[in-house]
Design a protein around this ligand. Structure first.
Ligand code: 5GP
Length: 139
């Protein structure tokens, strides 16, 4: 048996599906953080973004790009937070990659994406240079 999201893709458990094509599905989150909280997933089961093949990643992003303004407009949101919990240590509970589109409203009491991490590190210029060089050399 696959993840709970694969069971939604297969129609084995119900969901409020708002978009579907050959590779991608979007449906309302069962425990929404805001009205219109939508999850966008590849139909195939990949645990993390790091596992998603290039072509599937392109399809996934194209659907996110299309849906964000539609979701916002549908619930009269002022903005949205669009994010992946990418891995267990980042809070990912369902091991099937999914993008959260969370509509945001002026004064909703929520925070920015900067609020998700723990204590900020105190990095020296040398450490920052080294990190940047490592990432650049692998990109
Ligand atoms: P994660 O913490 O893995 O990034 O988020 C998983 C999300 O999936 C949660 O926001 C949770 O509410 C949602 N979720 C978990 N199980 C179900 C389900 O069976 N149906 C739907 N529609 N959403 C689910």
């Amino acid at each position: 048996m696959g993840t709970i999201f694969s069971q939604i893709v297969d129609g084995d458990i119900p969901a409020r599906i708002v978009y579907e094509d050959e590779t991608t599905v979007a449906f309302l989150d069962a425990n929404p953080l805001a009205p219109g909280h939508t999850l966008v997933i590849p139909k195939e089961e990949y645990e993390q973004l790091n596992d998603v093949p290039d072509d599937v990643a392109s399809d996934l992003y194209a659907v996110i790009h299309e849906l964000v303004p539609i979701v916002e407009d549908s619930v009269d949101a002022d903005a949205s937070t669009v994010a992946f919990n990418n891995g267990e240590a980042a809070g990912q509970e369902v091991p099937h990659v999914h993008c959260h589109i969370v509509p945001r409203f002026e004064g909703d009491g929520g925070g920015p994406i900067h609020a998700v991490a723990g204590d900020r590190p105190d990095l020296s210029d040398g450490e920052l240079d080294e990190i940047a060089e490592t990432i650049e050399s692998r990109a």
